[in-house]
Design a protein around this ligand. Structure first.
Ligand code: SAM
Length: 332
């Protein structure tokens, strides 16, 4: 079978596929979703487990995709997750499979996910203080996330990575504390700059906590040294902490964009290809798939979509408009 990569007109090739499995979530992080939730995607629009497995498989076989990250919404609320992971891994043992999750339910599913062939997890955790956690996520579930992280590490879903967003006036003074907590447990922490992707359109450049500010806080408590290995297409700038082996990363999507090295492509839970988190257009694969298209045609449609990927996300451009889908419906 011929594999022709997902190239664009700016010389980039996408090999890292993010697949959203649902737009639903069981937390309500203030930077992501309103307290009342959102109008969820109709189930009939959502790709079935079989459709997900088929599209991921053809991305690996025909488009050169080498890594797949399942996300959402919250991927652990998708009933078929373990089955999807198992089927994808069985068909493509070389694909690196990971899940980005808020960690709720990992205690229950980590073992099954590891047995199904999942390689790693990224768990989102913005604070280790119960009151701040409840304020940020609008749910009192810190203990469940902490237990979920431990369960993931216990079954070998490592290196376990932790993603954190700092919000002004809420947890913007907790960077060093969170790093200390992660270092003690061997988790790799990455701070993500808050991006204009919330359903409520509450983001403002003046309000966001920048990478520079985060690094300043960390450097007041630790000695950070820029990591020696080349960053490549990794979104995080990596630093060793106090001489290592612990590390910390900062994903400065807003203030230090890395679009020129981007190797990512996204598939939404309803079967739309997105070339960027901030894309304002999508390409429908679900319609073609349900209309009877064969794998070769689906792959060609996917390549065509990718060819049109813009050079950058354009947040700094005066004409920037936030995408109409929020992060939870795109797949973070
Ligand atoms: N529910 C899963 C989770 O919590 O990891 C996966 C989906 S979530 C949208 C993926 C990541 O996006 C999380 O680490 C979350 O903190 C981050 N995120 C959500 N909204 C964001 C925003 N506006 N700016 C930056 N990161 C955001």
């Amino acid at each position: 079978m011929q594999s022709i990569p997902l190239a664009d007109t700016h010389g980039r090739v996408a090999t890292d596929l993010r697949v959203s499995l649902t737009d639903k979530c069981n937390l309500r992080c203030t930077y992501c979703m309103p307290a009342e939730g959102l109008d969820w995607m109709p189930l009939a629009d959502q790709l079935t487990d079989d459709e997900v497995v088929r599209l991921v498989g053809l991305a690996a076989d025909r488009l050169g995709v080498r890594e797949v990250r399942f996300t959402g919404g919250e991927p652990l609320v998708r009933r078929g997750l373990v089955d999807i992971v198992g089927r994808v891994k069985a068909g493509h043992p070389d694909l690196e499979l990971s899940v980005t999750t808020n960690g709720l339910g990992l205690v229950r599913t980590a073992g099954a996910l590891a047995a199904a062939g999942l390689d790693r997890v990224n768990v989102s955790l913005d604070t280790v203080r119960p009151d701040t956690f409840a304020t940020l996520t609008r749910r009192d579930r810190l203990d469940d996330v902490v237990a979920g992280l431990a369960a993931a590490a216990d079954v070998g879903l490592g290196p376990v990575k932790v993603n954190a967003v700092l919000m002004r006036g809420v947890n913007d003074d907790q960077a060093a504390e969170l790093l200390g907590w992660c270092l003690e447990r061997g988790y790799e922490l990455r701070f993500i700059e808050q991006m204009p992707l919330d359903a409520q359109h509450g983001w403002s450049r003046d309000g966001m906590v920048t990478a520079e500010e985060i690094l300043g806080q960390l450097e007041a408590a630790y000695v950070l040294t820029a990591a020696e290995e080349p960053r490549g297409s990794a979104p995080a700038e990596l630093f060793t902490v106090d001489g290592g082996p612990g590390t910390v990363g900062v994903i400065a999507s807003v203030t230090r964009p890395f679009c020129g090295d981007c190797d990512r492509v996204r598939l939404t839970a309803d079967g739309q290809v997105r070339t960027c988190l901030f894309a304002r257009t999508e390409s429908d694969l679900r319609g073609a798939l349900r209309g009877g298209a064969d794998d070769a045609e689906l792959a060609e449609r996917w390549r065509t979509a990718m060819w049109g990927k813009l050079p950058g996300h354009g947040i700094d451009d005066p004409s920037f408009l936030q995408p109409s889908r929020p992060m939870s419906a795109i797949g973070g």
